[in-house]
Design a protein around this ligand. Structure first.
Ligand SMILES: C[S@@+](CC[C@H](N)C(=O)[O-])C[C@H]1O[C@@H](n2cnc3c(N)ncnc32)[C@H](O)[C@@H]1O
Length: 266
């Protein structure tokens, strides 16, 4: 599955606003006192997590930014006085384990876990655990979408979106809305301490561009499921777009962030 740089750029300010502050604080606190840290960002896109996290970390940083999309990696940040950056093209479905070959202090990812399968998640947990590595995963969609004003078609559309979320995105049948909860459960089961919190997108009436974009994306996803008749989907999309155009639409999209840290080892 591919993601356009335009879409990632559009969502980045909303992602940044949504990132859970308590979870970010826990990540930063875990690195406090170190003179240097090495951070691996899995499925980095253009480097949104680097831009959100890097300014908060006091230590000298080395980042390894990994993605399979060369055009996104080409837009990733370059090394600066505060942080060295290496971009690494890698198919994380095939080669996840290779991402752990070199020493690191922290694994981060954002907007990835809802795309992966439970089997892939377990591979991630195992690779982190055998090296006692902490993991910060931000912005996993959790299945909640709230529209204001409400439309009679919303509930069926959201159910179909969530069904689409569970289809294969290149890592096997995706965890979709279960991803955050399942990841937290898997880390807690191996005695990681987990700090978690919501990181919902909140789109206000003036956020027209992202609302239009996300509504189109959802309508396309729903059509792909074949769960609803096309005229129902198009009617819903038209009514929702009219609310947006009229400056009357607000949307909240549920996400979860967490920081999982091995206990007693660091
Ligand atoms: C929703 S985007 C999130 C990007 C970035 N983390 C962010 O928050 O802006 C998902 C990312 O996963 C990457 N991706 C998808 N499948 C992948 C794979 N098999 N191997 C590596 N990266 C992959 C995409 O290229 C994309 O950058």
């Amino acid at each position: 599955m591919s993601f356009s740089a335009t879409w990632l750029e559009l969502r980045e300010p909303y992602d940044r606003q949504a990132r859970n502050p308590a979870v970010l604080d826990a990540v930063v606190a875990a690195l406090a006192g170190r003179s240097s840290v090495t951070i691996v960002d899995l499925a980095c896109g253009t480097g949104s997590t680097f831009r959100a996290l890097s300014p908060r970390i006091k230590a000298r940083q080395s980042w390894r930014l990994i993605d399979n999309d060369l055009s996104l990696l080409a837009r990733a940040p370059e090394s600066s006085a505060d942080a060295g950056v290496e971009t690494i093209p890698m198919d994380l479905n095939r080669d996840l384990e290779a991402a752990f070959d070199d020493p690191a202090d922290l694994i981060v990812t954002s907007a990835l876990l809802d795309l992966v399968s439970d089997e892939w998640l377990q591979r991630l947990v195992v690779e982190a655990a055998v090296r006692n590595l902490p993991v910060h995963a931000a912005l996993s969609y959790d299945g909640r979408i709230a529209f204001d004003p409400v439309d009679a078609g919303d509930a069926r559309i959201v159910a179909a979106i969530n069904a689409h979320q569970r289809t294969d995105k290149g890592f096997g049948a995706a965890l979709g809305p279960q991803a955050g909860e399942q990841a937290i459960k898997r880390f807690e089961r191996i005695n990681y301490a987990v700090v978690q919190g919501v990181s919902d997108w909140t789109f206000a009436p003036q956020d027209r561009e992202i609302q239009m974009e996300i509504l189109s994306g959802w309508a396309t996803a729903v059509r792909e499921t074949g769960k609803l008749p096309l005229p129902d989907v198009l009617g819903w999309l038209t009514r929702r777009r009219d609310f947006v155009a009229a400056g009357r639409s607000s949307i909240r999209v549920g996400h979860v962030d967490f920081f999982a840290r091995p206990t007693g080892t660091r």
